[in-house]
Design a protein around this ligand. Structure first.
Ligand code: 13P
Length: 255
């Protein structure tokens, strides 16, 4: 059984006081059931959020990291730094990092391997752009991105990976993918893992959908047997809206 996972990607938002306010409210409002809930704050808030997550049964995630464990890399944060703070998950290959920071597939593959070396679980983000979608390239693009991110891993590691299917055009646009399209992409991704590793491994990997997920549409995505949760940007910034989203997902799962 795959445990559903909903992760909040706070991107470059929130101060310490805002994060404390969010978590104080959120834990009193949410009914998460068996859903695993992950908060991915900016690096500067990891320490403060770690303490609050421990008290409320939430998992802690980071939004990025470098692939080296230590060294003369001014300004970078290493997998060991994250593990040291009690971080469990790390988002890797988010489209905003590919777009604005020129992260290549080679970089992402190195980071995925480094995450496992520090006992962190990667949430590997993949997704097609609008022109790629129009050209009928969705399956090719996401399968290529995933194959590259997972190369050189062994099956026991791949089984722990979380994949986030986030079409670039759906991020922050208010226009989520249709459930059937998200489900189709999840199927293609699972097929890719099956071919690269094994069907058994493919069955264990959790696949999230991300891109304009909100408290109203989460039920629809959770209703798909292929989709195991969501990666949420905008709707995760407000405690009421994120609690409503997680509670609604938990209800959908319980049906
Ligand atoms: P939105 O939920 O704001 O569309 O962002 C999605 C995202 O990028 C999560 O990683």
């Amino acid at each position: 059984m795959r445990v559903p996972i909903i992760a909040a990607n706070w991107k470059m938002y929130k101060t310490t006081a805002e994060a404390q306010d969010f978590l104080g409210k959120f834990s009193g409002m949410v009914t998460a059931g068996k859903i695993e809930v992950v908060i991915c704050p900016p690096f500067t808030l990891l320490c403060a959020v770690a303490a609050l997550c421990r008290q409320s049964g939430l998992k802690l995630g980071a939004q990025n990291m470098f692939w080296e464990m230590s060294g003369p890399y001014t300004g970078e944060v290493s997998p060991r730094h994250l593990a040291d703070l009690g971080v469990h998950y790390v988002l890797l290959g988010h489209s905003e990092r590919r777009q604005h920071f020129d992260e290549t597939e080679e970089d992402i593959s190195r980071k995925v391997k480094a995450a496992f070396a520090a006992d962190l679980t990667p949430i590997v983000c993949v997704g097609e752009s609008w022109p790629e979608r129009l050209a009928g390239q969705t399956a090719n693009v996401v399968q290529r991105q995933l194959a590259s991110a997972l190369r050189d891993l062994d099956p026991s590691q791949v089984r722990r990976v979380v994949v986030a299917y986030e079409p670039v055009w759906a991020i922050g646009s208010g226009l989520p993918a249709a459930r059937n399209d998200a489900e189709q992409a999840a199927l293609e991704l699972r097929r890719q893992i099956g071919e690269q590793f094994s069907l058994k491994v493919a069955r264990d990997v959790r696949i999230q959908y991300g891109g304009s997920v909100n408290p109203e549409n989460i039920r629809e995505f959770m209703g798909s047997p292929e989709i195991d949760g969501a990666l949420v940007g905008g709707a995760s910034l407000n405690a009421e809206s994120f609690a409503a989203l997680v509670s609604s997902a938990a209800q959908a799962e319980a049906l």
